[in-house]
Design a protein around this ligand. Structure first.
Ligand code: SF4
Ligand code: FES
Length: 365
């Protein structure tokens, strides 16, 4: 008997080892089927279970006990059972709940994207774009905080924080001594250092990369540029810190390095480095080696073509090279519809997406 468990998410079946969470099973399928995650971070132990953006509907508990789960569950904290059936984007209940979670996350979050350094790479901005409403029903005073300098390199905008705990886990798990944490409870809860303190540790800069919003920003980059005007390149250096992977992304304009960050994977998490280390980088690489000659540049980073960061980086016309089959790892897409089955706008023998010329009236019915 195979040790793998079968799970069907949005009508697509995958097999995963016991102990895998629904979220990670969905990430194996990829694309829209993977629920958004604002607090879970696979490289940080115990993360997840705080934000509820990853809620899914379990319509069949398992082969042995097929009863559906009575409430939506956090997919980052719920493990797969054999024969489980889950709905994410195919569940109107989930979409409705996710819209509610986004509204809740935005209760206190200021809409200052036009001046926020995280704009263009903010998970909450993407989530708000996909699930947000144009207005708010909240009538009370929003909580506000003064900006706090956490040392020479990091600034905290508590007003933007969504209490995901990721930065606390980074300090706990990557640095020798955690100097900040969550103070108070409920709507008084805040990220703070109690007595104002600088965060010193060598690896503390990684809190900037894990923060899903613009609450923790890089003081050496603040207001210097918009990310989409800079050009990201992959680079490495021989870093003497044994914990640092030495592989980073330089955000350049001309020859000038505006900022240095860890490299990210498709889920927005730090990527595993080629030397097998998790892609965390030390403060020296991030803040103190900001000249192109400090680095060996490998070449332009691959940027998702749907990201605002790829704007202006096209060279000629880019055509996607992946086939659906390759993207779906050999499976047939089940959530896609053939336009000819759904619409009678264009003639059945005309495939508008592959025309090598502009469409004209003879292509349509
Ligand atoms: S500061 Fe950022 S990483 Fe830390 S809890 Fe708030 S949102 Fe999360
Ligand atoms: S990602 Fe699951 S609760 Fe936040």
């Amino acid at each position: 008997m195979s040790d793998l468990l079968k799970i069907t998410i949005d009508n697509i079946t995958v097999e995963v080892p016991a102990g895998t969470t629904i979220l990670n099973a969905a990430r194996q399928i990829g694309g829209e089927v993977a629920p958004p995650a604002m607090c879970y971070y696979s490289k940080l132990a115990d993360s997840g279970g705080k934000c509820r953006t990853c809620l899914v509907e379990v319509s069949k508990g398992s082969e042995k006990d097929p009863r559906p789960m009575p409430k939506l569950v956090a997919s980052c904290r719920t493990t797969v059972m054999d024969g489980m059936e889950v709905k994410n984007i195919t569940s109107p209940k989930v979409i409705d709940a996710r819209n509610g979670v986004v509204e809740f996350l935005l209760i206190n979050h200021p809409l200052d994207c036009p001046v926020c350094d995280q704009a263009g790479e903010c998970d909450l901005q993407d989530l708000g774009y996909n699930h947000g409403k144009e207005g708010t029903r909240y009538e009370f005073k929003r909580r506000t905080f003064h900006k706090v300098d956490l040392g020479d390199y990091i600034q905290l905008h508590m007003t933007r924080c969504i209490m995901c705990f990721r930065c606390v886990f980074v300090a706990d798990q990557l640095t020798e001594k955690r100097e900040h944490g969550i103070l108070d409870r409920g709507d008084h809860a805040q990220i703070a250092t109690l007595i104002e303190k600088n965060l010193h540790n060598d690896f503390i800069g990684n809190v900037i990369d894990v923060c899903p919003v613009g609450a923790l920003t890089d003081k050496t980059f603040r207001f210097k540029n918009r990310v989409w005007f800079t050009k990201p390149v992959d680079a490495h250096r021989n870093c003497s810190n044994p914990k640092c992977c030495g592989e980073a992304q330089l955000w350049m304009r001309g020859d000038e390095v505006f900022r240095v960050t860890a490299r990210k994977d498709e889920w927005g998490e730090v990527k595993e480095a080629s030397n097998g280390k998790t892609g965390w980088i030390c403060n020296t690489c991030r803040f103190e080696t900001k000249k192109a000659i400090d680095w060996t540049i490998e070449g332009p980073s691959v940027v998702n073509r749907h990201s605002v960061i790829s704007q202006g980086h096209y060279v000629g016309v880019i055509k996607p090279t992946e086939t659906f089959n390759a993207v779906m790892k050999g499976r047939d897409p089940k959530l896609l519809m053939d336009i000819h089955d759904e619409s009678e706008v264009n003639k059945p023998n005309i495939d508008l997406s592959v025309l090598d010329r502009p469409a004209h009236s003879t292509d349509f019915n």
